[in-house]
Design a binder for this molecule. Structure first.
Ligand SMILES: Nc1ncnc2c1ncn2[C@@H]1O[C@H](COP(=O)(O)OP(=O)(O)OP(=O)(O)O)[C@@H](O)[C@H]1O
Ligand SMILES: [Mg+2]
Length: 294
């Protein structure tokens, strides 16, 4: 990238920042079991939100299988590690993927973030906070399963989307994560459920009913279902061709499902009074306070 182009991109971002007067909402996407479709959901959901005019940044914090970039056939030049090393600014590690979707490769384990020295962390924060007025949503793609770090992320997020499949093991593991977070926070975490890979709508509805009942009966928690994604061969075809299905097959069932999920996700979020956004600053403050209190 030449200097003029780089400057133009900085100015475009600056203009976007100037037009926004709110905080980006941090949405963590997770699952109990691995391989249930989190990364595909995250990327295509981000594209869906973008298609209705929302500014989205995808933050890939799944170190073990960091693959959002692979799903777009792109090799990131930098990662958050370069920001931590103070070699790059946040705008340098913000990579443009397909359809202009922007993403940041984590490149480090979240445990490492919590061990940083104060001055490194302050610099890192000041950089992350640049995104505060830049994006409408920051989607965090995480690893599967329960770990202390994941719980911290879920607690600190504005919202968590739990992806499950109809398999009993996936349902049980999803419930276990929600239960752990619930016990840990002593307050109702904001979870929304996405059922992926359902063979039929009946199966999807049944899966969400089982989850909802378990959360309501045993945790007194009202689990909202955000939507369903059907089993659709276009999903794995798009993985193989390294082009998200929302782009390559915009009319396939999975893309239609993503559109429905976007519409069910946005209305209450557009109501400023219905949510108390923690935003990015709140997110990292919370992460640190949680980790220090342990
Ligand atoms: N709705 C779907 N229909 C058909 N296949 C699907 C669907 N969703 C996911 N898959 C298949 O599941 C595979 C795993 O998806 P993905 O990588 O998004 O899961 P993940 O939860 O992010 O995995 P990990 O826990 O390893 O990060 C995809 O490569 C795809 O082949
Ligand atoms: Mg993944």
């Amino acid at each position: 990238m030449d200097q003029a182009q780089s400057l133009r991109e900085y100015m475009q971002r600056f203009n976007v920042q100037q037009q926004k007067n709110h905080s980006a909402r941090m949405i963590t996407i997770t699952s109990g079991k691995g391989g249930v479709g989190k990364s595909n959901f995250t990327l295509n959901f981000a594209l869906g939100l973008q298609s209705v005019g929302k500014k989205v940044v995808v933050l890939d914090l799944d170190l073990s299988t960091a693959n959002i970039n692979i799903l777009m056939g792109i090799t990131p030049r930098y990662s958050l590690v370069d920001v931590l090393n103070q070699e790059k600014q946040i705008w340098d590690v913000l990579e443009k993927g397909m359809e202009g979707i922007e993403y940041i490769s984590g490149g480090f384990d979240i445990q490492d973030l919590l061990k940083l020295e104060q001055n490194t962390l302050s610099f890192f924060w000041s950089q992350i906070q640049e995104l505060q007025t830049y994006a409408d949503f920051i989607l965090l793609d995480t690893g599967a399963g329960i770990s202390k770090e994941l719980v911290d992320f879920i607690v600190a997020s504005d919202e968590t989307i739990m992806v499950t499949t109809p398999e009993p093991t996936s349902i049980a593991d999803s419930y276990a994560v929600i239960k752990t977070v619930h016990q840990y926070t002593k307050q109702s975490p904001r979870f929304q459920l996405v059922v992926n890979r359902a063979q039929s709508y009946r199966e999807a509805v049944e899966t969400s009913r089982v989850m909802k009942n378990a959360c309501s009966n045993f945790l007194k928690l009202n689990l909202k279902t955000l939507g369903f994604l059907m089993e659709d061969a276009h999903v794995w075809k798009s993985v193989r061709s390294q082009t998200p299905f929302f782009i390559s097959y915009p009319n396939c069932e999975a893309s239609k499902n993503i559109k429905q999920i976007v519409y069910s996700f946005l209305p209450d979020l557009d109501e400023p009074s219905s949510v108390s956004t923690k935003g990015i600053r709140g997110f990292f403050e919370k992460i640190l306070s949680v980790s220090k209190s342990l």
